[in-house]
Write a protein that binds this ligand. Structure first.
Ligand SMILES: [Zn+2]
Ligand SMILES: [Zn+2]
Length: 332
């Protein structure tokens, strides 16, 4: 594939997609139903379908039986942890191996032409972004994810929470499944704005932002407090009527799904074609810090003036905002 048919490359070789990013057309005024229909497949493909499949695999094949989950015991808790470790290793590992180790498509469609492995830095443990990212992912990320998962499954097994069945409330459960990724993004927007408050940023969120040029392993490279906040979106299944299938799907959207945004390439080449990564909005957040606190399914960034769609106009707007901020700080 010729990436320059889809975007441009600057002097440094960094790729930028030609078309500006879109906010979900549902938020357009006046409504644009056709644009919404055109946008819709990208809501499911490729990521949410993968997370639905992983959620179903977890519920129907991998998770222990209800009787086992009634009692908290190290055996099945460690087993759930192992399943999550394996999922992350397979999904992140496959992307990292193909795009960053084998470099199968070189820097084609790569937002930052440089590869993190070629840029050792003191901000990382052992000066390596990858080693640092992997340690944080498995030392605190997956354990905290697993803790939420075990708690939810234990709660289900013990009838704690308003759990229901597909036979009783099929429409509601289908609706909850459909909107969960949007809810996840809304929740992420809120906790993300919070940890950008300077004091919290300094002590907590800066860990994640050390990866200015993210790769798949950066996805869950966070401070443990950010991990705790990050997966708290799963508690919605203990507040609203839900089903463990949706709970496990949601954990995939949040857990495995952190990789969306950290792939670093706009398209992943597959055969003669390419799959859209949907990574650009969050890449711009890693690059510029104060834009795109969420991706485009909430309109909150646009509402509060922090939406960067990759266009020159958005860049100028961001720079003007930044200059105003510097002027304000200098006045004090
Ligand atoms: Zn990130
Ligand atoms: Zn951030």
């Amino acid at each position: 594939m010729d990436d320059l048919a889809y975007g441009t490359r600057n002097k440094r070789g960094d790729f930028a997609p030609r078309d500006p990013l879109q906010v979900m057309p549902l938020w357009h005024m006046p409504p644009r139903p056709l644009a919404f229909l055109k946008w819709l497949p990208g809501y499911f493909l490729p990521w949410n379908v993968l997370f639905m499949a992983l959620g179903a695999l977890n519920w129907f094949a991998l998770m222990p039986g209800v009787e086992t989950m009634k009692t908290l015991a190290p055996g099945w808790i460690l087993y759930v942890f192992a399943v999550n470790v394996a999922t992350v290793l397979i999904v992140y590992g496959a992307l990292e191996a193909r795009l960053y180790v084998k470099r199968a498509q070189g820097a084609k469609f790569k937002y930052n032409a440089k590869f993190p492995a070629d840029q050792p830095s003191d901000v990382f443990m052992f000066k390596s972004q990858n080693v640092d990212n992997v340690i944080r992912t498995f030392a605190t990320g997956v354990p905290i994810w697993t803790a939420y998962q075990v708690f939810g499954l234990w709660a289900y097994a013990n009838h704690v929470g308003p759990w229901t069945t597909f036979a009783e409330h099929p429409v509601w459960l289908a609706f909850l499944g459909l909107i969960f990724p949007m809810f996840h993004e809304l929740h992420f927007y809120c906790i993300h704005r919070l940890i950008h408050v300077p004091v919290l940023y300094k002590h907590i969120h800066s860990v994640h932002h050390n990866s200015v040029n993210p790769s798949p392993w950066s996805s869950l490279s966070m401070h443990p407090i950010e991990h705790l906040l990050y997966w708290s979106d799963s508690l919605i299944h203990l507040i609203l009527p839900s089903h463990p299938l949706l709970f496990l799907y949601g954990l995939q959207v949040t857990g495995t799904g952190a990789v969306v945004g950290h792939v670093g390439f706009d398209k992943i080449e597959v055969g003669e074609g390419g799959v859209d990564s949907h990574a650009y909005a969050h890449y711009l957040h890693h690059k510029y810090f104060e834009v795109n606190y969420a991706d485009g399914t909430t309109a909150l960034d646009r509402l509060f003036g922090t939406w960067h769609d990759g266009s020159k106009e958005a860049q100028a707007q961001m720079e003007a905002r930044y200059e105003k901020k510097v002027a304000r700080v200098n006045q004090k």
